[in-house]
Design a protein around this ligand. Structure first.
Ligand code: NAG
Ligand code: NAG
Ligand code: NAG
Length: 265
């Protein structure tokens, strides 16, 4: 799980930048902005379709999250007559994505069957549930001092996600070894380590893990979110200089900072 496939989306967004955006606080402004965003996402979906045989698993997960987000806003907008055309357009886009994502599994099976088997639950429709409430992050949770960034091991992080999903050779969902507990709860982290810590607890929630360490999932999500937001704020303040920008995109893609339980049923 390197970075969700939002790079594609940002590439697709680029041609829009020169025009000034209208204010989002009126319905007209909202309709215009949502229209622009949908156009960009439609381009990103075409991009996905053209490159489907070469898609990687991280990209598919990213698009699955996007599909869940589209379905969430689509339902919300359906209630407002002025937003109904956008709602329909959003649903068509989500349906198109869902069809592409089903097809993508065929190509993932060809390129890396073991990786696919381990991460398959996260690709299923319905794995990603959006939070009902979005929280304001609490700045008192921001770490006063950060650990120096050491090299991040994607293998260890992936191994912990596989344990969580219970898709390894001898693992059960939600049962994690001590090294994952240490890795995923270590304070004062930044960079990819921090974003994977948040990812881990978000996945635990999607997976329905509530025992042991996961009693405290909300606490860890709040801490990691507050720190992620703070790092994003600083990145923004310095104008997204490279290499911060890459991480900013990863962090923004994950910036789900949900409160309490996921899912609105
Ligand atoms: C922020 O977190 C601190 C420490 O956990 C807590 O005491 C405080 O009440 C929180 N503030 C808000 C607004 O939730
Ligand atoms: C995290 O940083 C705080 C404040 O600098 C420090 O007190 C704490 O010991 C650090 N924790 C770890 C595990 O490094
Ligand atoms: C799981 O088993 C397969 C086949 O026996 C083996 O190739 C693979 O390395 C094992 N995976 C892990 C994580 O132990």
């Amino acid at each position: 799980m390197a970075r969700p496939g939002l790079l594609l989306l940002l590439l697709a967004l680029r041609p829009l930048q020169p025009s000034p955006l209208p204010r989002p606080d009126t319905t007209e402004g909202k309709v215009t902005i949502v229209g622009l965003i949908l156009s960009a996402l439609e381009r990103a979906t075409l991009f996905l379709e053209e490159r489907l045989p070469g898609v990687n698993l991280d990209g598919v997960v990213g698009f699955r999250v996007l599909e869940a987000q589209l379905r969430g806003v689509q339902e919300e907008w359906a209630a407002d007559p002025r937003l109904r055309p956008l709602s329909l357009r959003t649903r068509r886009l989500a349906d198109k994505l869902a069809a592409l994502l089903r097809r993508s599994v065929f190509y993932l099976e060809l390129s890396d069957p073991r990786y696919l088997r381990e991460f398959l639950p996260s690709l299923q429709p319905g794995f990603w549930k959006l939070p009902c409430t979005w929280t304001h992050t609490n700045t008192s949770l921001v770490y006063p001092v950060l650990e120096p960034e050491d090299s991040f091991s994607e293998e260890s992080s992936d191994a912990c996600l596989v344990q969580l999903l219970g898709t390894g050779n001898s693992s059960q969902p939600c049962r994690i070894p001590d090294f994952c507990r240490t890795l995923m709860t270590q304070p004062n982290c930044s960079g990819y380590r921090l974003s994977h810590q948040l990812l881990f607890f978000l996945w635990a929630r999607m997976q329905g893990c509530t025992e042991g360490l996961f009693h405290q999932s909300q606490h860890y999500i709040s801490v990691f979110c507050a720190n992620m937001m703070e790092l994003n704020r600083r990145a923004e303040a310095i104008g997204y200089a490279y290499p911060t920008r890459d991480l900013f995109m990863e962090n923004s893609a994950l910036a789900f900072c949900p409160q309490d339980k996921a899912g609105c049923s």
